[in-house]
Design a protein around this ligand. Structure first.
Ligand code: ATP
Ligand code: MG
Length: 388
């Protein structure tokens, strides 16, 4: 019970007036993320979030891993606690930091004292602990300018804490601090990465998947649910909206010129995403589109696709190479699921010669064969909501 996590806040420190609400979002996100791992006290003080276990049921190893995925945190330290007494602090530092002190060639001590009743100033405490550590570890020299290791001491309300290096956090901003967006989630490699990138900027996501049963299988849907589940690690709890897309695709195949199949299909996706956004207060649509990767990803095709919604379409992968996206997907843990071999609705009825440089008016003309509004309404009606 003497272990604690210190989470250092990132960019949100710069946000001036909004800072408090950002901190509250982050604290709420940390609490939610840790709720299945035991009882923790989570509080925020001086740009640091403190995670303290409240009893022995709290899994600190799991908590330490979990907080590394939460946006809004740039660094995480695992610290040990002791009573607020200078010699207890020295004993703890000598013991707890042994591996670090043996590894490093030089060190310095930095102290913070939020409990002003502690009888030494921060500087006095740093000097005292530094002197004792130097004696205990004669091969590690004091260097206050460029130390290899910084030993941190914090004297807080309940206890004193000692810690060494921090591990990097996920960065970004706390999810929920930057509004809501609808994210189009296929089962592919790209859209989980684009979802991650926008969530990292503090945006809460409504994942939407278009499902063409029986042309795409139940397993394809399971795969998207699994991908969404992996993303909750970073994005927090989400509800996947699965939109029945079969009738729309059959109508397009039957009534529109083949060269426009994909474009018209993608315009339906955008219209439906726009409606879902309206219902839930989302202010943007996120896709995994990437310039030049496939026929529907030319500049002209994107113009035609996004013409059906006034919302901004965020395409964070637009200029990345596939290799970079794959590396990213591996890092966030979605790649292995994404490459499971189940069809996406985009590969059903793929035209043999898709129009790569379409004009908006020719696509609109082709669409007149369809009852667009009725098809959109029917799809919205049939949405299945799946908590992730
Ligand atoms: P991904 O790897 O994300 O599937 P992709 O390179 O295969 O992308 P497309 O199939 O052209 O590209 O799709 C572009 C984007 O459209 C996807 O990144 C995703 O945001 C969205 N999208 C495609 N198919 C679906 C679907 N069935 N449900 C929801 N969104 C989809
Ligand atoms: Mg795809």
């Amino acid at each position: 019970m003497n272990d604690i996590l210190l989470l250092k806040l990132g960019e949100i420190v710069l946000k001036g007036m909004n800072r408090r609400s950002f901190e509250q979002k982050l604290v709420a996100n940390v609490r939610r993320r840790l709720q299945d791992l035991g009882n923790f006290r989570v509080s925020c003080l001086q740009s640091t979030v403190y995670v303290e276990p409240e009893d022995d049921s709290s899994d600190m190893d799991a908590a330490f891993r979990a907080v590394q995925d939460i946006f809004g945190i740039v660094g995480i330290s695992r610290a040990a606690a002791c009573e607020k007494d200078k010699d207890a602090i020295v004993r703890l530092a000598v013991d707890y930091l042994r591996p670090d002190m043996l590894r490093a060639k030089s060190f310095k001590v930095e102290s913070k004292r939020s409990d002003k009743r502690f009888p030494m100033t921060s500087i006095q405490l740093s000097q005292y602990v530094g002197g004792e550590l130097a004696e205990a570890y004669p091969d590690c020299a004091v260097d206050v300018h460029h130390p290899e290791l910084t030993v941190n001491i914090e004297v807080r309300d309940l206890a004193a804490y000692v810690h060494a290096d921090q591990v990097p956090g996920a960065g970004g901003m706390p999810v929920g601090s930057g509004g809501i967006a609808v994210s189009l989630l296929s089962g592919g490699i790209d859209s989980p990465v684009s979802s991650y990138m926008i969530a990292k900027r503090g945006v809460r996501l409504i994942p939407v998947h278009f499902f063409s049963f029986p042309y795409t299988s139940q397993q394809a849907k399971e795969k998207v649910i699994e991908l969404g589940g992996i993303l909750t690690r970073y994005c927090g709890a989400m509800t996947l909206e699965v939109v029945p897309f079969t009738h729309i695709q059959e109508e397009i195949r039957e009534k529109c010129p083949e060269e426009f199949f994909t474009l018209i299909m993608r315009r339906f996706m955008m219209r439906i995403a726009d409606r879902i956004a309206g219902r839930c207060g989302a202010k943007a649509i996120v896709t995994g589109e990437n310039l030049g990767q496939v026929a529907s990803q030319t500049m002209e095709a994107m113009t035609v696709t996004r013409a059906v919604t006034p919302l901004p379409v965020l395409q964070p992968l637009i200029g990345m190479d596939k290799e970079e996206i794959v590396r990213f997907a591996r890092r966030i843990g979605t790649f292995d699921t994404s490459i499971l071999p189940y069809e996406d609705c985009c590969t059903v009825f793929t035209p043999r010669h898709p129009k790569t440089h379409p004009h908006l008016d020719e696509v609109e003309r082709a669409e007149r064969a369809l009852n667009v509004e009725a098809l959109v309404a029917e799809a919205l009606e049939g949405i299945e909501k799946i908590p992730l």
